[in-house]
Design a protein around this ligand. Structure first.
Ligand code: NAP
Length: 265
């Protein structure tokens, strides 16, 4: 029996085949899950539909997570389609480009509020909407980044949003534990995706991290996907409110040796 056989999973945040959510979808599909997709903007339908077809996914719905009516609608459709769900994946974030390239102190009020709304509050809103479909318990997860804990160049507003997302994970986990619902977040290392491309000098960050992690490389979408699979499955039945790192060990380091020193060992 496969790990997610008989489990129903709703995934928010598939934009294209580079999305972390696509790695998660593939890992969960291979483990036998029945999957539904939600994407943010109508323009993405043509990219998301072929991906859905590849995995035999028939539930594909647009939902702007900043709009309550769209959230209500997608969960009403999910109830009709699936009846209940076991797993909710939140792989969504947004910040204004200008807030990811200037000084943090220059962050605009509306840009800050927008980043918090789409990247953080949406986890609360999606969780609340999912509860009636998760009466038997389940697993909820979102994606975060180490810029929540340490200052990363140009991550700015998004770093503060990720810190709030991680705190939100703990508060939701405390609320929902008695209902048998676990809430966790995966802290992924840098991966080249559409969202990442919005961060100034992202490629440099990617190279910097890839040369210095204990594993001397970056991670990919499937590695995040397999950790998501663990969090979705009963293998993690005693784990809630946690931030799980999938970053090739980057976060454990206090200081990095310059790569030119390595050959001396
Ligand atoms: P991605 O493929 O661009 O995914 C981001 C998703 O957020 C897109 O599907 C985007 O859809 C969606 N989104 C943005 N605004 C939305 C809205 N208002 N309503 C609904 N969906 C919306 O990039 P990704 O890197 O896989 O990002 C997924 C998650 O991983 C994010 O939380 C990100 O912060 C996190 N993460 C990424 C990295 C990395 O290095 N890539 C590292 C750690 C954590 P639309 O474009 O349709 O709006």
């Amino acid at each position: 029996m496969k790990l997610l056989e008989g489990k129903k999973v709703l995934i928010f945040g598939i934009a294209n085949k580079h999305s972390i959510a696509w790695g998660i979808a593939r890992a969960m599909h291979e483990a036998g899950a029945e999957i539904g997709f939600s994407y943010g903007i109508p323009e993405l339908e043509k990219r998301v539909l072929p991906l859905a077809k590849e995995l035999g996914v028939t539930f594909v719905e647009k939902c702007d997570v900043g709009v309550d009516a769209e959230i209500d609608q997608v969960f009403a459709k999910a109830k009709e389609h699936f009846g209940t769900i076991d797993v909710l994946v939140h792989s969504v974030a947004f910040a204004k480009r200008e807030d990811l390239m200037s000084y943090f102190y220059e962050s605009s009020r509306d840009g800050f509020a927008l980043a918090m709304d789409i990247s953080v509050y949406s986890l609360i809103a999606l969780t609340r909407a999912a509860l009636p479909l998760m009466a038997e318990g389940g697993s909820i997860m979102s994606m975060t980044y180490y810029g929540s804990e340490k200052v990363m160049p140009n991550y700015n507003t998004m770093g503060v949003a990720k810190a709030a997302l991680e705190a939100t994970t703990r508060y939701l986990a405390a609320d929902l534990g008695p209902r048998g619902i676990r809430v966790n977040a995966i802290s992924a290392g840098p991966i080249k995706t559409l969202a990442a491309a919005g961060i100034t000098n992202f490629r440099k960050m990617l190279n910097y991290a890839g040369e210095r992690t204990p594993l001397r490389r970056n991670v990919d979408q499937m590695e995040v996907g397999r950790t998501a699979l663990y969090l979705a499955s009963d293998l993690s039945s005693g784990v809630t409110g946690e931030i799980i790192y999938v970053d090739a060990g980057y976060n454990i380091m206090g200081m990095f040796e310059p790569p030119e020193n390595w050959t001396a060992r």
